[in-house]
Design a protein around this ligand. Structure first.
Ligand code: HEM
Length: 405
């Protein structure tokens, strides 16, 4: 463990308060010590909106490898897991800045608001198809039957994966999740096996797209490879990133958003009466319960953060979920208000690494919830308390979301 700055308070991530009510815990940390020290993570924590924005824009803060769990393994285990670490190092946002810009140039046009808008009819069709499958039963698990498969289908189509393989892709995506949380060694071994299976699968499709290109991202990657703009390894690694980043997060936004609406019947009624509020409502869902609770950075040299000078080489966690409820940035920050405007939440990050898929995630959630509310006028929760699963260090996701309609 490295030494902390003496005047910065230390907090126990496993204290009962931090485990049971993360928003209350972060509210206290933000008021007491805007720069805090988390000994269990060997890292600092920022919680104020203004400090997080400044950190996101600061070129002296590198993106931290999301797979920090791999760095905590024994040297033998790290050797065994070298293939997965090497692949993640090629992911967009995990590379040196020059490679990051190269990848952004290749991918940006596939995720621009105009391109994303052209996908709207496909998203509508997928949503109807998924609802048709459960309609006769009058009940469903929103996570399993709708929120999880919808973004998986969309991103698989955008990349150019055959429809018949979608269930396999969803299973692989779920397997690799523990690498980004606190997975144990068994789970991480399985994650590596699934990621390597995914690589083999993607290489086979890449070969087909080289021979007969289509309008998808993988075909574009293969054309770029032919021009020397990227390697096949980079193409395959970044397809895994897109499948993963575009899937889990959006699924959680759809499910968390619905739980927020159920918990605030007045806001649900307002939205039903005014479906045009949906874009604002989606942003308020992102603010109140965005899927990325926290993101990581590493200082490359001494940096002033919340009034303290943090030396170079330190890990900093940016608690987006705390910044999103900072009273200095949002009036009534703990009120879920689907008419909130402006809403400068931090849930997609900011600056050079701003989420590539922001427009896509917003559009998918908008269409999905619009169709769901429209088709199901009697939609009701069928649970006592939501089935939250912890997603350390900060955050949670729903294991299931039972509803009747
Ligand atoms: C609600 C859904 C989503 C949330 C909350 C979310 C959140 C984020 C956040 C916070 C970042 C910034 C990370 C950082 O600064 O370290 C990010 C980056 C990124 N996201 Fe998303 N994301 C979502 C959906 C998507 C989708 C649908 C895709 C793609 C299909 C995607 C692809 C990416 C990529 C590639 C990056 C890295 C961008 C770069 O380095 O330039 N995300 N996302």
């Amino acid at each position: 463990m490295s030494a902390r700055i003496a005047t910065v308070r230390e907090y126990d991530l496993f204290a009962p308060e931090a485990m049971t009510d993360q928003n209350a815990f972060l509210r206290r940390v933000r008021a007491e010590s805007p720069l805090a020290w988390l000994p269990q993570l060997d890292a600092y924590l920022l919680t104020r909106h203004a400090d997080i924005m400044a950190a996101l824009r600061d070129k002296r803060m590198d993106t931290a490898n999301m797979a920090r769990v791999l760095q905590r393994l024994t040297p033998e285990e790290q050797d065994e897991l070298r293939p997965v670490s090497r692949s993640i190092e090629m992911w967009m946002g995990h590379t040196v800045p020059a490679d990051h810009v190269r990848m952004q140039r290749l991918l940006k046009r596939y995720f621009s608001p105009a391109t994303v808008d052209r996908l709207r009819p496909r998203v509508r069709a997928f949503t109807h198809e998924l609802l048709d499958a459960v309609a006769p039963k009058g009940q469903m698990d929103v996570v399993r039957d709708l929120a999880y498969p919808l973004p998986a289908n969309v991103i698989a189509e955008l990349l150019g994966m055959p429809t018949s393989d979608r269930e396999q892709l969803q299973a692989w995506s779920r397997d690799i999740l523990p690498i980004f949380g606190n997975g144990d060694i068994q789970q991480i071994r399985r994650a590596q096996a699934s990621m390597l299976d995914m690589h083999d699968y993607l290489r086979t499709i890449a070969a087909e797209r080289r021979r007969a290109p289509r309008e998808d991202v993988l075909s574009m990657f293969m054309a770029a490879e032919a021009e020397g703009a990227l390697t096949e390894d980079e193409a395959v690694a970044n397809c895994v990133l897109l499948l993963f980043a575009g899937h889990e997060t959006t699924a959680n936004l759809i499910a968390n958003g619905l739980v927020l609406l159920f918990a605030h019947p007045d806001q649900l009624a307002l939205l039903r009466a005014n479906p045009n509020l949906m874009p604002l409502a989606v942003d308020e869902m992102l603010r109140c319960d965005g899927p990325a609770g926290v993101i990581g950075r590493v200082t490359t040299e001494p940096v002033e953060l919340a009034g303290h000078t943090v030396p170079g080489g330190k890990h900093i966690y940016l608690a987006l979920m705390a910044g999103n409820r900072d009273p200095e940035a949002f009036p009534d920050p703990d009120t879920f208000d689907i008419t909130r405007k402006p809403n400068r939440h931090l849930s997609f990050g900011m600056g050079a690494y701003y989420c590539l898929g922001a427009a896509l995630a917003r559009m998918e959630t908008d269409e999905c919830l619009r169709i769901l509310l429209n088709r199901c006028p009697d939609l009701r929760p069928a649970y006592q308390t939501p089935d939250w699963l912890p997603s350390p260090p900060f955050g949670h996701r729903l294991g299931s979301l039972q509803v009747t309609f």
